[in-house]
Design a protein around this ligand. Structure first.
Ligand code: ADP
Ligand code: ZN
Length: 625
């Protein structure tokens, strides 16, 4: 649109300049006066004519008037010569020999140009204008046509971007399954001869960043086939029908370069249960989904095109996608366990100079729940930190700092807290830490700090020692008590009136835990072993939206009561714990106010009463001197 306006502007200015030239320019000054043919005859009769030039249908007559030469112009019939006309008018032949008569052959382009330019200019201008406008419109058209083409990127299989199974650490089971697919792609004929059907589609399922794309790429790399990558959300456009035509285009591209892999990321964006009533633009999604199904049913399995879909929400997928002959193979990729994490760290540590003291095992221990992408990011953060600190190597300390940064956001050292706020934060965090330490089922506390991070004023950092498959009721109860720790400490020390807004996120976490215990896990005796609410969709979407209520109002009341009871119990347990360990808590607060951050070792010895508090005082007085 901007372009169009600009072009119009240019044309307009051009026209103005031309107009000015035409009106100012002396196109007309030379022009002889126009006269009728009988005037010319009369002049010839009076022997005033010096010269006549005949030019097609025009006569240029030069006359002498008062000793001055003057030019006149007259028209004649192009076919007639002047002498013929003269004789028609009855002029003597000798009068004609009194002046020069010249027939100017103004033939060719010069003549035409002279005559046509005045007419041609506007025509050329108009044509130009039309041309410009049509080009603009065509541009729009071209783009409109391009909508239907898939924007699938065909990854280049050059050496740099080529991935193999070596680049994927862990995921042993997934790799074994995929090895089979690699065989299919490499030697489809072998399977065809045996009458075995090659799978058309397989589904990789797992959390974001777990390495689904990486695995699919590695399959393509291992088999040496082209890799077409598109994201489900790219299918869903503003215009109905675009998605379907993109699918068609994508499959035809892939078939042309078969054997090949089509990777559809976020397939749930199009493959969600039809008629689920969520997320607008149904028709478009359904059409796209149908087209995918049609394409998958349509192609000959021996052609060697394999569709790999990736999703982190398999439960919302339409059943039609999962039927045999479509995405019938499903591979679940779990979060990496400690060994996998170590291996992934090894992959990404390549090319980063690590200090000798770095134990990747220790890092892996500290990062349960991290995905491959998180670990990648973690080492990258550490490397950036090393550069910023002008260090030659990445140290373990930097990596540990990055873990906290990745998990909790960057430290806010520059935030200035009043002495009162600092003390309150110290009590709050000490509350968490004390409960976390003395409750048997809490994760060990690794670090307590009153330096703000992200939204939080301070933080208590605890991670489990081992990866755990399941959580138990006992763990839930202790975890809830720990979440309550900050709130309870503030209340104990400052009283109800001085409670701060700090604990709101702690309370939210505790409430969510309590709700899940009561409603989802059947962990309440009063409500019994039942799942309340049909929360299939709920787990993924904003939690509050879609909890289908499948119980009565009366039950709802009991659920509420039960959740409250569980939360109060957690609060009371936290309070009791802090009363029992008041001394440790006061010491921890003291230490926090001095050092701001207390690491695991110091924390542990402090809790055991082995930390030399006196040294802290002494140290301090020395410093003051
Ligand atoms: P997803 O597609 O599951 O969201 P990706 O495949 O895009 O995740 O993974 C993101 C990044 O995480 C990868 O580029 C890679 O650097 C890293 N990563 C994930 N899993 C692994 C793994 N098993 N081994 C090595 N790196 C991994
Ligand atoms: Zn807190």
């Amino acid at each position: 649109m901007k372009n169009l306006l600009k072009n119009f502007g240019i044309i307009f200015i051009f026209l103005l300049v031309l107009g000015a030239l035409f009106s100012l320019g002396d196109f007309h000054t030379d022009k002889p006066e126009k006269v009728g043919i009988n005037k010319v005859i009369e002049l010839v009769q009076n022997e005033q004519v010096k010269k006549i030039e005949a030019m097609g249908g025009t006569l240029i007559v030069t006359v002498e008037e008062d000793g001055q030469e003057k030019k006149l112009e007259a028209n004649k019939e192009p076919g007639q010569s002047f002498s013929e006309i003269a004789s028609n008018y009855g002029i003597d032949k000798d009068k004609l020999s009194k002046f020069d008569y010249e027939v100017v052959e103004e033939s060719g382009w010069l003549f035409w140009l002279r005559n046509l330019i005045p007419y041609l200019f506007p025509i050329i201008l108009i044509l130009g204008l039309i041309y410009f406008m049509s080009r603009q419109v065509q541009g729009v058209n071209n783009r409109a046509m391009g909508f239907g083409q898939s924007s699938a990127k065909q990854a280049k299989q050059d050496d740099k971007s080529k991935k193999t199974f070596k680049d994927v650490a862990g995921c042993v089971e997934a790799k074994e399954e995929l090895q089979e697919v690699v065989e299919f792609l490499k030697t489809p004929q072998k399977f065809a001869d045996m009458g075995a059907k090659i799978p058309k589609g397989l589904l990789l399922m797992g959390a974001p960043g777990i390495g689904k794309t990486l695995l699919a790429r590695a399959v393509a790399g291992e088999a040496g086939v082209p890799f077409f990558h598109i994201s489900g959300s790219e299918f869903v456009e503003m215009f109905v029908g675009v998605g379907a035509s993109r699918v068609r285009d994508l499959f035809s591209k892939a078939k042309k370069s078969a054997p090949a892999i089509i990777f559809i990321d976020e397939i749930d964006a199009v493959g969600r249960k039809r008629g689920a009533g969520l997320g607008g633009s149904h028709d478009e999604r359904e059409q796209t989904l149908n087209q995918i199904l049609v394409e998958m049913d349509g192609f000959d399995p021996h052609i060697g095109v394999i569709v790999i879909g990736a999703t982190n929400r398999p439960d919302v997928l339409d059943q039609a996608l999962l039927r045999p002959g479509r995405f019938d193979r499903r591979i679940v990729i779990d979060k990496p366990d400690i060994n996998d994490r170590e291996a992934i760290l090894q992959v990404h540590a390549k090319g980063k100079p690590l200090n000798k003291d770095v134990s990747l095992r220790a890092i892996a221990e500290r990062t349960p729940g991290f995905t491959g992408a998180d670990l990648d990011n973690l080492l990258n953060e550490a490397a950036i930190l090393a550069v910023r600190n002008n260090m030659k190597e990445v140290t373990e300390e930097l990596i540990k700092e990055s873990i906290e940064k990745v998990m909790l956001g960057p430290e806010k050292r520059s935030r200035i807290m009043s002495e009162k706020d600092r003390e309150m934060t110290a009590y709050h965090e000490a509350g968490h830490a004390i409960v976390g330490h003395f409750m048997k089922h809490c994760d060990p506390v690794r670090k307590v700090s009153i330096i703000g991070r992200g939204m939080a004023g301070g933080y208590t950092f605890s991670t489990p020692e081992k990866d755990l498959m399941y959580k138990t009721l006992a763990q839930f109860r202790d975890e809830m008590a720990m979440s309550m720790g900050g709130y309870v400490a503030e209340r104990m020390i400052y009283g109800d009136e001085n409670l701060s807004t700090g604990p709101s996120s702690d309370l939210k976490k505790a409430t969510q835990l309590a709700t899940a215990m009561v409603k989802r896990y059947g962990m309440s005796d009063i409500l019994g072993p039942r799942m309340y609410g049909d929360n299939e969709e709920m787990i993924f979407l904003a939690q509050e939206i879609h909890d289908k209520k499948n119980y009565s109002e009366k039950t709802a009341e009991r659920i509420d009561e039960e959740i409250n009871r569980v939360l109060k119990e957690a609060r009371d347990r936290a309070e009791q714990c802090m009363k029992d360990h008041k001394k440790e808590m006061d010491n921890l607060v003291k230490l926090l106010l001095k050092k701001e951050t207390v690491e695991q070792d110091d924390f542990a010895s402090l809790m055991e009463g082995k930390y030399d508090m006196a040294s802290l005082e002494n140290h301090n007085t020395e410093e003051k001197k």
